[in-house]
Structure formats: C-alpha cells, structure tokens
Design a protein around this ligand. Structure first.
Ligand code: IMP
Length: 427
C-alpha cells in the first residue's frame, strides 16, 4: 500500500488508531492532516496502554516518520505534554515533524470554545472544548498563529496582539470574561518554542520525497465522515474535513499521489456529542454495545451513544471519500446478541423510502431506519485472526456489509490488542 488514506466512515471513534498502529508497523511515514487534540487514540501495545490525542500513533515505531500536517491545529501545551509523556516512557520522538504552516490552538481558543458552548445552551454542539473550532475560525479569518511563528518571537508577539484586540472584545463584551494580556499569552506560548522548534519542517516536501522514493505513506484522518464540516451532519460536526480529499490539502500532496482510501467503520455505530443519529437505540443491545465495547470517549470521558450499523450512511461515506476498501472494527463486541440489525434504507418524513443519504438536514433529522435483521452468534471471537475461525453468522454479517457498500472488507477487528485482527482478507 504505497500511499493510503485511513479515515473514519462514521462519527469518529471507529478504532482508526488501532488500524493506523497496525499499518504503521509496515509504513515509512504516517501523516495527520486535520483536526487536533479533539481526537484520541488508545493503543494497547504489550502491557502498555497509550492515549494519544495529537501525535500520530506511528510514533511508537522507531523507524516511522510521523508528520503533523499543515491542516492540523496544534495546541502547543498538549504537544509538549504528549512529547514528555512519550519520552518518559522511553519512546523515541525524534522522528516527529510538524508543518510550519500548521495553526496553533492558543489559550484563548480553548476559552472561546467553552464560552460559546455555554452560551449556545440547549443548542450546543457538544464540542470537546479543546479550542478546535475557534482555531480554524482564525485560520480562515487570517488572524491565526502558525507553528512557524514560534521561530520568531517578535512576529508571534505582534500576531497575538492583533488577534487579542478582537478576542478581548468578544471575551469581555459578549461573555463577560476578563480580557487577556497579549504579552502574557505570547510569553506562555514562546516558553515552549525551543521545545517545539526542532520538529518544525517543510512536511509537504518531506512527503513528496517519500512518495517519490516509493516509501509506504499513511495519511491518518481524525474524527469521521459524518463529522466533516462539508459532508457531515452540519452543524453537529467538527470544524475540519476528515474526508479523504483533505489528506491532500492538509498535507500538501496532490490527489494523483494517493493510491488507496481505507475507510474504518465499527461493526455497529456510536456517536458522542449532539446531533441526529437515526439508528440510535436505548435498549439491552445498546447497553451490551456500551459495556462490552467500552464506549466512553478517550478525549472527554463522555458516554458514547450506541446504535445499529447504518449501511446507508456507510455507503455515503464510501462515496464522498472514494473509499477503495473498508475495515470493520469491534466485530467481537456483537457476540452474544440474539440478533443483529443493519439499516439498509430510511423512511423520510414524507413517507417515501430511500437508500441514499438524504442531502436535506430535515429529512435526515426525522427519518426512520429500515432494518434487515440477521441472526446473532454466541461464539467468543476475541483474538480470532483467520476468517476460517469466524462463526458462519458473523461472516454472513460482514459479507452483507461488503455487498451493500460495494467495496471489499479487507480487515476485521476482533479485540483491543494490536494483533487481534483478521487482516489481508477480501470479503
Ligand atoms: P470539536 O471537534 O471539539 O469542535 O467538536 C465538534 C463535534 O465533533 C462534537 O460533537 C464532538 O463530540 C465531535 N468530535 C470531535 N472529535 C471527535 C472524535 O475524535 N471522536 C468522536 N467525536 C468527535
């Protein structure tokens, strides 16, 4: 797999971290292209569990170069904390590179994210309150601070002063908060500059060279398709594009350089935060998914909402990212359920049925799922690594998903551990 994009096909938390971790073992470069520390990957490697939010999970392999691309928003405090934590546990971080064009999440972005959510009240988005949206807002408004600004204290101080002129108006007049002192804010961030500076590089050039040299490159998406600001369930979305196209704009490589797009979906569906979720359930099966699947957010600790696998939404995810294959994670979680359901159509509020993802928000918000019900399986499949060891009913479930979505399933997750996976298959 020379250049592959790995992306979430649902609302995030599909287990991409584990898949990227697995593929990173065979990759020369792993690059993140959007999002920030709103993401969270838990990787179980031997007796160690790592919870990473910003640094690509490939960092655990000493020979893999890890890139934080220009499309990522970087909280410098979180970055330094993660670097320290990894280094304390003996992980070599010297292969990390950060695009000089990546925007920084400043302390006022975190504050504004929180204040905005409080003010929205019942209409809140349920953000991770990590400052993601406000940082992307400043990027678009062209008053953002970039990683390269850390290399020139006077530029950084000037930019922070310009940004705070506006932010302080908002903080004081709209939110009734005290104003922030530009020198103090700039000083706090600059105190981290010498720690971060060695990692800042021209990552677009680095990726181009790697692809030219036929190295194996992995583009690691954060969040998922339905949280995409353009193609997701707006406004209950994140402020970037997790879909595959952003792998190019978020790292500085052209679309002709990408060979494969691997979409990752859970064997069921979860969502954190607010927003529509047609196949959400609140019954014994949901409790089973939540308990067995440990459905609690890595970043915020919030309980995830659970539901059946939505094939209409999954096929839509395949379409908007041009996915060439799918990885299905957490199949083991469904073991023990008497029956399993797949949503294959929606009934829209006008009574008509559709198998396509509705483009109009009201249709999606008010649609009712149409299910196909399959028999469940009792066998414990944790740790199964061969298709031959899958119970026929579990296999039938996977085959139906591949058939409906029209792309092969090449990977099936059967447990939390790094190698608890059926890999290199085609169903
Ligand atoms: P934000 O990205 O913090 O602005 O949050 C916007 C929406 O995206 C909220 O509903 C969050 O719960 C959701 N979100 C952001 N990052 C993740 C993630 O990594 N997994 C799942 N949901 C996420």
């Amino acid at each position: 797999m020379p250049a592959t994009v790995v992306i979430g096909a649902q609302w995030g938390d599909e287990g991409k971290g584990k898949v990227v971790d697995l593929l990173a073992e065979r990759s020369d470069v792993v690059a993140r292209y959007q999002g920030g520390n709103n993401a969270g990957h838990t990787i179980v490697a031997g007796d160690q569990t790592y919870a990473l939010h910003l640094i690509p999970s490939g960092i655990l392999y000493p020979d893999t170069t890890c890139i934080i691309g220009n499309g990522v928003v970087v909280d410098p405090f979180v970055l330094v904390r993660e670097l320290d934590q990894l280094e304390e546990r003996g992980v070599d971080t010297s292969n990390l590179r950060i695009s000089g064009n990546a925007h920084l999440i400043m302390p006022y972005h975190v504050q504004l994210d929180t204040q905005s959510e409080i003010r929205l009240g019942k209409l809140s988005i349920g953000t991770t309150r990590r400052g993601i949206g406000p940082a992307y807002m400043d990027k678009a408004a062209r008053i953002g601070i970039r990683a390269q600004d850390l290399l020139d204290a006077s530029i950084l101080r000037r930019k922070v002063a310009i940004a705070l002129e506006q932010k302080n108006e908002v903080l004081t007049k709209i939110y009734g908060e005290p104003p922030l002192d530009a020198d103090v804010v700039a000083g706090e961030v600059l105190a981290l500059a010498s720690r971060i500076a060695p990692f800042i590089a021209d990552t677009s050039l680095l990726l181009d060279t790697a692809i030219r040299d036929e190295q194996t490159v992995l583009f690691e998406g954060a969040q998922g398709t339905l949280l995409d600001i353009d193609h997701g369930t707006y406004p209950f979305v994140t402020s970037s594009n997790p879909t595959a196209g952003a792998a190019c704009t978020g790292t500085g490589v052209g679309p002709t350089r990408i060979d494969h797009v691997l979409g990752i979906s859970k064997a069921y569906t979860t969502r954190v935060g607010e927003g529509p979720f047609p196949t959400e359930i609140d019954d014994a099966a949901a409790r089973h998914m939540a308990e067995v699947g440990h459905e609690v957010g890595t970043t915020t600790g919030r309980a995830r909402r659970c539901g059946w696998l939505d094939l209409v939404a999954l096929r839509y995810a395949v379409r908007v990212s041009g996915m060439t294959q799918l990885g299905l994670t957490k199949l083991d979680v469904l073991s023990g359920l008497p029956e399993v359901r797949l949503c294959t159509a929606y009934v829209k509020p006008d009574g008509t049925e559709t198998t396509e993802f509705p483009w109009h928000q009201s249709d999606f918000h008010s649609c009712t799922p149409v299910y196909e019900t399959l028999e469940g399986w009792d066998d414990d499949i944790v740790g199964v690594t061969s298709l031959d060891d899958l119970p026929p009913r579990a296999r039938a479930y996977v085959e139906r998903i591949a058939q409906f979505t029209g792309v092969p399933i090449t990977l099936i997750g059967t447990g939390q551990g790094r190698h608890e996976v059926i890999d290199n298959v085609e169903l």
